[in-house]
Every structure is written in structure tokens, then in C-alpha cells.
Design a protein around this ligand. Structure first.
Ligand code: IVH
Length: 690
């Protein structure tokens, strides 16, 4: 009896189909089937293999995980050294690189036109790995190590779904592919959420998470970690006769690096996403700019771009220096993370009394500025991250967000570093010595001093003067400090009695600035009601809520008179906000401030009513990351003016997430919930009604 067993045929078809789905899902980021359908196919394949154990082969998609834990990684000597790259940090470095190459190639008679042809690629921020295929089967995977010898991570790399266990098509006898293992941002956030749920330590960044996952001795653990692999090069290549390709023994399969990437992709390898052929230094710099601008929207982190001379013959002529090729260079983005010493932890008292621990750092240049302080958010966060004074810490500053301490570098901890104990160090408010309260279940500790606390008073005034509130230009934090410390200003109303003469007497205040400030204060006597409401600093009342409340009630008296039921009638005001507004206006000293404001001539004007239907009427948008030209404020104002709302968190009700550079978890959440994502241009088109 000849003829193929139908079960065997089905087995083959299932393997191919599952491999195809893996490729779509993990390589092309475009899943073709639901998880349920994928699971069904896997189960069917597992059933056939259970009935026919003799058909199970190591390249079956069922065999990615399975091996027992290792006690240690074996070392692997690389057949072809794994190199590193030289770095370029600015345009001048890139021009130098291009000139060096052009002159060598011109001398060698290899530069026909004016400009050198390059391939530009992403510089993936992960770990270099070499995969070795023999006869089309994955036989070994190794880390870079020192470039000569790495560690054998075959069992772990087999669990990475974008890595084919068997190459498609007619692969050479030996094919080593080199690339980067990394973790996508959304996968990283998800993994950290799982870690937190289990009470395990979170990973500091996707790169560390990828490294930790790859270096697991138990491949079953690695299998639960969503790693990805992207190929950008190759190592040893041998044809069917065992001859080394490109070594004088046998020809290379292609003539350019770009063709090689396509050749690798033809075997089902995830090679070179988004690579581009560029001409000359200017072509490279254009690519850099473009990638830098769109970087935040990539699903994974990149720390720069890599330029490689395209022609393989030219690469050969250019050769190598030490451990890096002369024909390639990495053009790095300014680092967004650096390490530095944590010299101390202070606390700051916010407008609502919230006590925020702030790390004092040995100055460090990160994200384009020198950082000396970075937030630690709250006490729980410090404990969770186990950050201690004396630690070397990772500091992150992405875009124009507040710098934060991501976590300690445990290996560099001094032996005597003590855990941070906020209660012991700050038993009372360091500013007004009132008690500090931390209600059950709340992460934030608060000074109970209220407006008795100079810190809260200063922050309240600063908030009231800020651009989105009364917009009093020239009233900076230094002057506020002096006005409060001297006792001249205790409440918002006191600001309106300041005169030129006395202001001019304060340090660093000339006559002119005193006059300008008095004018700015005078102009603030007629604010929109929404601005005044916002300026008062009622907890939970941001600018959007202030505007809703102002439009609904039309006067400050009406707001003060409203009970909770009346407040709940306001669009988008829920019980928490209603109670907070009620509480604020039932406090005698707050009512006194309003009365005093009236006495000094503050008289708010009603907000403009909504005219007609606006383009964003009833829509809620979320802003995240840094937009290329609009500040966060400007974007918010435009959205509000178009009738939309801006919220701080993404939910199913979010109409759009507007994402800029270094967008983080909100962008990931949008992806999870299927919320549409726009960039700045998209937002502008929306506002224009396109
Ligand atoms: S090529 C022949 N291309 O960067 C040169 N490396 O700083 C070998 N990397 O160890 C490297 N993306 O881990 C190359 N598109 C890319 C890359 C890339 C990330 C990493 C790789 C390497 C390190 C060198």
C-alpha cells in the first residue's frame, strides 16, 4: 500500500499552518486568526502527535517547550566572531563616517557615483543572539558573550515564536543568523503587571526583562515570557558541499546587505523590519530624523539606528578595526536612561498636602538635560523597588516628563545601605510639623496642616497663578516663597492687594517687573468662572471638570449653593467629584477666601456657552508621550475648544489616544482595548474636521 496516511498529511498541514500563524503574529505583527482558533489547531496537532509519537520531530510547533531545567549554560565558541559597532552621536560623526568610507571606496575604485549606498536599520535595544541552522533545522542558539564565546541558549530560543524551528525553502547546509532578542513594550507592561500580582519584583525596562527571560535556566519559564527576535545579519554560511560562502571558497548568495536581508526573510526569518537604502550622509541623517520622530509609536524600544554599507564587496574592502566593522556604525539616540548615585531622599509637600519622596541625585545627563532630582512617587513605590540611599540607581527621563528613579542596580549596593523608612525619617510634616496621615488603602501620605502649612499655601498660590488658572505672569515660585515666608500673603485674596512699591522691594524685582506683575494681577480680577474654579484647587477638579461645572451653574454663588444632587447633574461629574466640591465649599475658610476675593474686586465672567455642535463634542481623548510641535497644554486647549474632553486614563469610552514620542502604558492600553491611536497630524486633521 502506498499513498500518504491522511493523519500524517493533516499533521504536516497543521504544522505549516501554525508556523504561518506564528510568523504573522510575531514577525509581521498582523495576527490572522484568533487565539481560540490558534489553540484549536495546536490541540489538534497535539492529538495527532499523541496518537503517533513516532511522528514527533524536534521542529514541530508542539516541541518549543519541554526540556527540563539546566543547571548551567554551556559555552559556545562562535564559528564567526560576533562583532560590536562603533558609535556616532551627532551629525558630524555621521558625516565623518561617510567621508572615511567614500574616500576608501573611491581609492579602491568601488565608488562609481557621488554618494555611498547604505542600508539603514533600527538599532534594536535587546540582546544579540546567533541562531545556527543545519540542514534547515535550528540546532543551536547562543548569546554574544565576549564575541568569541557565548552561552548556549538553544532551549530558551526555541520557545521564541518568531524563531522558526525549521527554515522554509531551500536553505544552505549551514546558516547562522544574527539578530536581537527583545521584549515589546506592551508585553513588558503586561509581564510587569503579572510580576506585581505575584508579589515578584518588576523588571526595570524591556531590555532587562528580555535579558532576564533569556538567561533563565528553566526554558518553561522563558516560554511564558513574550520574547521576540529580529535578524539583522549572519555568521557562518556553508553550501551543500561544506564550502564557506563569501570566503573565497563559495560565492555569497547575494551582492548587497539589503538583498541578504530579503534572502533571510525568504527562509521565514524575521529579518530587518523597516530597513531602508539611503544615499550618502544626508540620506542617513534623514532616516535618523524620521525614525527618531516616530520612535515612540514602535511596539518595541530602539536605542538608535545602524548604518551599513550596502555592497558586500565594499564591506569586505573596508574591513574591520578591533572588534567592529569599518563599514557599519550605530547612530545612537540620546540616552533616556542613565545610572547615577542616589545621595539622599527628601520629601516635598504638594498643594493637597501629598508627601512625595524625591531622590537627590549626583547630577547626571539624561534625555538631553542634567538631572539632580527625580521623583520616587510614594513610599510604597520605594519599598516595591527597594531603593535605598547610597544605591546606584537607574534614572529615566523620556520626552519632557518628570525624571523618575526606575530602580536600583542591586549589584552596586553598599553593604550598609538601609531600607527607606518614611515614618521614621519624616514622622511629621517637615515644613509645618503637623501630623502626617496615611489613610488605610491609600498610597499617598498627606500633611494634615492644610493652608496652615506654608508648603501647601505656596503650592496653592502657585497653582492659582498658573497658566491654565488665573494666568498671572511674573508670579514665580521664588517670589511666592518670599511673599508667604514674609507673611504678606496668606490667601489667594491677599495677592490682589499687592502694590508696585512693596513688590519692587523684593529681591530680584525691578520697578518694571513689579509694574508688570501688578498689571497681570489686575487682569486676573475678571477670569472666566471655569478658570477661577480651577484656580481654587478643589481636589479632583481639573480644568475639564471646572469648565463643565462653570457652564452648568454660571456663577460662583450657584456653585457654592449646589448640593451633591445638584452637582451630580453636571455632565461627567460623579459622586467622588461632587462630594469633593461640596466639602470644599462647606469649609468656612474656603468660603471666607471667596468672600475676600469678592471684596478685592475678583468678579468672574461666565464661560462661553457651547456654540452649535463642535467636532469633538462628547468625545474623550487621552494624550500620551511628547508630540512633535504641540505642548501638552496646547493640545488640551485645542481639544477643549473643539468640544472634546481630555482624560488621564484610557478606557473603552476613550475615542482616541493621541500618542507622541515615548508614549508608554497608555498607548499599550489603547492597543489592548482597540482604541484608535492618532499622532499629532492625525489630531490636527480631526480638529480641522477632516
Ligand atoms: S550589526 C557587524 N545591526 O548592537 C556588526 N547590530 O553595538 C554586528 N544591534 O551587538 C552588529 N540592532 O546587539 C547590528 N540592526 C543592527 C542592530 C545591532 C541592534 C546590537 C547588537 C550588537 C550591538 C552593537
Amino acid at each position: 500500500m502506498s499513498g500518504v496516511d491522511p493523519a500524517r498529511e493533516r499533521l504536516q498541514a497543521l504544522r505549516e499552518e501554525i508556523d504561518g500563524h506564528n510568523r504573522h503574529y510575531y514577525v509581521e505583527d498582523a495576527p490572522r486568526v484568533s487565539d481560540a482558533e490558534y489553540d484549536r489547531l495546536m490541540r489538534e496537532l497535539l492529538d495527532i502527535e499523541a496518537a503517533h509519537p513516532e511522528w514527533v520531530t524536534s521542529d514541530s510547533p508542539t516541541q518549543r517547550v519541554g526540556a527540563a531545567p539546566l543547571s548551567a549554560f554551556q559555552s559556545v565558541r562562535h564559528a564567526v566572531r560576533m562583532l560590536s559597532l562603533g558609535n556616532a552621536f551627532d551629525a558630524a560623526d555621521v558625516r565623518d563616517f561617510d567621508e572615511r568610507i567614500a574616500s576608501t571606496l573611491r581609492e579602491a575604485g568601488l565608488l562609481a557615483g557621488e554618494a555611498v549606498e547604505y542600508v539603514a536599520e533600527y538599532k534594536f535595544d535587546g540582546l544579540a543572539v546567533s541562531l545556527r541552522y543545519e540542514g534547515g533545522l535550528l540546532v543551536q542558539a547562543s548569546t554574544r558573550g565576549d564575541g568569541e564565546t557565548g552561552e548556549d541558549v538553544t532551549l530558551n530560543m526555541r520557545t521564541v515564536r518568531s524563531v522558526p524551528l525549521r527554515l522554509a525553502g531551500n536553505a544552505p547546509a549551514v546558516l547562522e543568523v544574527r539578530g536581537e532578542v527583545l521584549m515589546a513594550r506592551a508585553d513588558f507592561e503586561h509581564l510587569n503587571a503579572v510580576q506585581a500580582q505575584r508579589g515578584d519584583k518588576p523588571f526595570v525596562n524591556p531590555r532587562n526583562a528580555a535579558a532576564g527571560s533569556l538567561r533563565q535556566l528553566d526554558p518553561r519559564v522563558t516560554a511564558t515570557r513574550p520574547l521576540r527576535f529580529y535578524a539583522y545579519g549572519w555568521g557562518e554560511l556553508r553550501d551543500a558541499d561544506g564550502r564557506a560562502m563569501g570566503d573565497g571558497q563559495a560565492d555569497m548568495p547575494c551582492q548587497t546587505h539589503a538583498q541578504m536581508l530579503n534572502w533571510l526573510a525568504g527562509f521565514g526569518l524575521p529579518a530587518g523590519p523597516a530597513h531602508r537604502i539611503c544615499l550618502g550622509a544626508q540620506g542617513l541623517l534623514d532616516f535618523y530624523q524620521e525614525v527618531a520622530a516616530g520612535r515612540a509609536r514602535l511596539p518595541y524600544e530602539i536605542d538608535g539606528v545602524v548604518y551599513k554599507v550596502n555592497a558586500l564587496r565594499a564591506q569586505e574592502v573596508l574591513g574591520y578595526v578591533a572588534r567592529a566593522p569599518r563599514f557599519a556604525i550605530a547612530h545612537k539616540f540620546p540616552a533616556q536612561e542613565e545610572t547615577t548615585l542616589l545621595l539622599g531622599i527628601d520629601v516635598q509637600v504638594g498643594r493637597t498636602g501629598a508627601i512625595t519622596p524625591v531622590g537627590r541625585l549626583k547630577p547626571v545627563f539624561v534625555g538631553g538635560v542634567t538631572v539632580t532630582n527625580a521623583t520616587l512617587h510614594n513610599e510604597d513605590e520605594i519599598r516595591r523597588k527597594d531603593v535605598r540611599v547610597g544605591d546606584t540607581v537607574v534614572v529615566r527621563r523620556a520626552g519632557d516628563v518628570i525624571p523618575e528613579i526606575v530602580g536600583p542596580v542591586p549589584d552596586l549596593r553598599p553593604a550598609d545601605a538601609q531600607p527607606f523608612d518614611m515614618q521614621a525619617l519624616f514622622p511629621v510634616c517637615p515644613v509645618c510639623h503637623s501630623a502626617i496621615e496615611r489613610p488605610e488603602g491609600e498610597a499617598v501620605a498627606r500633611c494634615t496642616g492644610g493652608l496652615f502649612c506654608p508648603a501647601q499655601r505656596k503650592q496653592t498660590l502657585w497653582h492659582a497663578a498658573s497658566r491654565k488658572a488665573l494666568d498671572i505672569e511674573g508670579l514665580g515660585d521664588k517670589l511666592i516663597d518670599q511673599l508667604v515666608d514674609s507673611g504678606r500673603v496668606r490667601t489667594l485674596a491677599n495677592l490682589f492687594t499687592l502694590n508696585e512699591l512693596e513688590l519692587a522691594a523684593y529681591p530680584r524685582m525691578g520697578e518694571k517687573s513689579a509694574r508688570n506683575l501688578v498689571e497681570a494681577i489686575a487682569a486676573a480680577r475678571r477670569p472666566a468662572l471655569s478658570r477661577l474654579l480651577y484656580a481654587l484647587g478643589v481636589r479632583h477638579v481639573g480644568e475639564t471638570t471646572a469648565r463643565d461645572v462653570a457652564r452648568h451653574f454660571g456663577s460662583i454663588e450657584a456653585v457654592m449653593a449646589a448640593d451633591e444632587d445638584a452637582l451630580l447633574q453636571v455632565h461627567d461629574v460623579g459622586p467622588v467629584v461632587a462630594a469633593s466640591i461640596r466639602r470644599f465649599f462647606s469649609e468656612p475658610h474656603n468660603r471666607e477666601v471667596i468672600e475676600a476675593l469678592k471684596r478685592v474686586g475678583v468678579d468672574p465672567v461666565p464661560d462661553e456657552p457651547v456654540q452649535g455642535r463642535k467636532v469633538l463634542e462628547g468625545k474623550t481623548l487621552v494624550l500620551t508621550g511628547t508630540l512633535p510641535t504641540l505642548t501638552r497644554d496646547a493640545a488640551t486647549q485645542l481639544i477643549l475648544a473643539a468640544g472634546g474632553k481630555v482624560s488621564g486614563s484610557v478606557s473603552r469610552k476613550t475615542a482616541w489616544v493621541v500618542a507622541g514620542e515615548d508614549a508608554g502604558s497608555k498607548l499599550a492600553k489603547a492597543g489592548d482595548l482597540g482604541v484608535a491611536v492618532l499622532d499629532e497630524d492625525g489630531l490636527k486633521a480631526l480638529l480641522a474636521g477632516d
